[in-house]
Design a protein around this ligand. Sequence first.
Ligand code: FAD
Length: 457
Amino acid sequence: MKISAAALSPTKISGNIIRPDHPDYDRLRQVWNGSFDRYPALIIQARNTEDVRNAIRVAVAEAKPLAVRGGGHSIPGFSTCDGGIVLDLSLMNAVEVEPATRVVTVGGGALLGQIDAAGAPFGLATPAGVISHTGVGGLALGGGMGWLSRRFGMTIDSLLDATVVTATGDIVECSAETEPELFWGLRGGGGNFGVVTQFRFRMHDLGPVAMANWTYPLSAAATALRAYRDLARTAPRVVATSFSLSSASLSLTAFSSGNAARTADPIQPFGQLGPAAEGGVLGLSYCDFQCRNDAFVPWGRRYYSRGGFLHDLEDATIAEMVDAAAQAPTAESEIYVLQLGGAISDLPEEATAYSGRAAGYYWVANPIWDLTLDDAACLGWGRATARQLMARSMDTNYVNEQGDSGSDVAEKAYGATKYRRLSALKARFDSRNLFRLNQNILPDPAPSSPQRLSQPE
Ligand code: FAD
């Protein structure tokens, strides 16, 4: 379990080295999902790319599991481990916007809210997720979808380049020009190929924003959702919608940005889906809207998620969702659905490793609870609901929101052809599968010679 002092020369790491006897160990070993209460032998809080290299060297030399942590929001708890090394990137969280070129440079441990806040003074934004305390690292490497994705695409569609430290300790500057195959794989392949210490994303002119939220009792949800689906089919890409079904109600949110959002006209029709609606226009800034639901999913509660892609919302799917929501095990548990399409579908499926471009919607079953004694009921509801909805869903899936892990999760998510291509890339950059605490892509072919570690300059 212990990592020898010789293996870890403090002079080589400028960041913090946290051992179990450190006063901050208990705080720093936590991850967002309170279901994963693990005890790493060591937490290395890297301050720069050289620290990341050194942490990788220690993990290889000591043959320890290595958990890379960006924002710590992995639903299956991938960014912690028992007895291994957590490489915590949270100190590498600088975010800098160049308004003239509309480029944002983002440290590998930054959070989504930091990009929103940095872009706001210039009216610029990069599409990302809907909870501001999520990490950019994990979200972007899996794809990244949110309120701006129908207008500007997935987070990865705005990625210009990334700095990657590989399992051999090499630093690879990766873009479409310099390392096209790795760049393809990074955009959806998760943390399988190395540690990204820096991303550069294109930013977009956001323009005015408008948003509204309406609540319906669950008894009116199926009728309202059928009307919603008919409206959503013809919604312009500057409009994005989502809904959440709980055991009590349907909560439906519509968002619009750009010139059309000078008035609430593009979103108002979503408030006329039935007589029972309560709610209306919210009048928030984009940054405040992005933080609006942060408090509903705080660090430390117990969570599970499993989702899938739908081409469309069939009547039968709506009925199944409403029935399943009625049986949700806690008041906070939900089935969440985000409308996709628009700019996401402009790129062909093979353009990136991310594999959901043809989808019209993404759904996810999210039980939320606090006590271990409720694990069975909550996990049971999440898994059973997901199984039922999977039968109506597309074959591919989103690796970022699969609460279960196992050798087949990634294979199913990407489909056989892409998985083969990803496995070949994995063999090139991580033949010994050092980066395996993720939805793991197995290297193919298996390594024939021991892994080489490049020497520090
Ligand atoms: P971590 O736990 O730190 O990391 C997750 C995985 O990515 C781990 O395998 C880790 O090793 C790897 N990783 C992280 N950073 C790096 C890096 N810099 N280099 C290499 N590997 C790295 N997804 C969406 O697309 N849209 C949403 O709106 C959305 N909302 C969410 C809201 C919540 C509350 C949660 C918990 C998740 C949400 N997700 C969403 C899913 C989210 O994209 C994933 O959970 C993602 O993995 C979180 O990234 P992280 O950096 O916070 O997590």
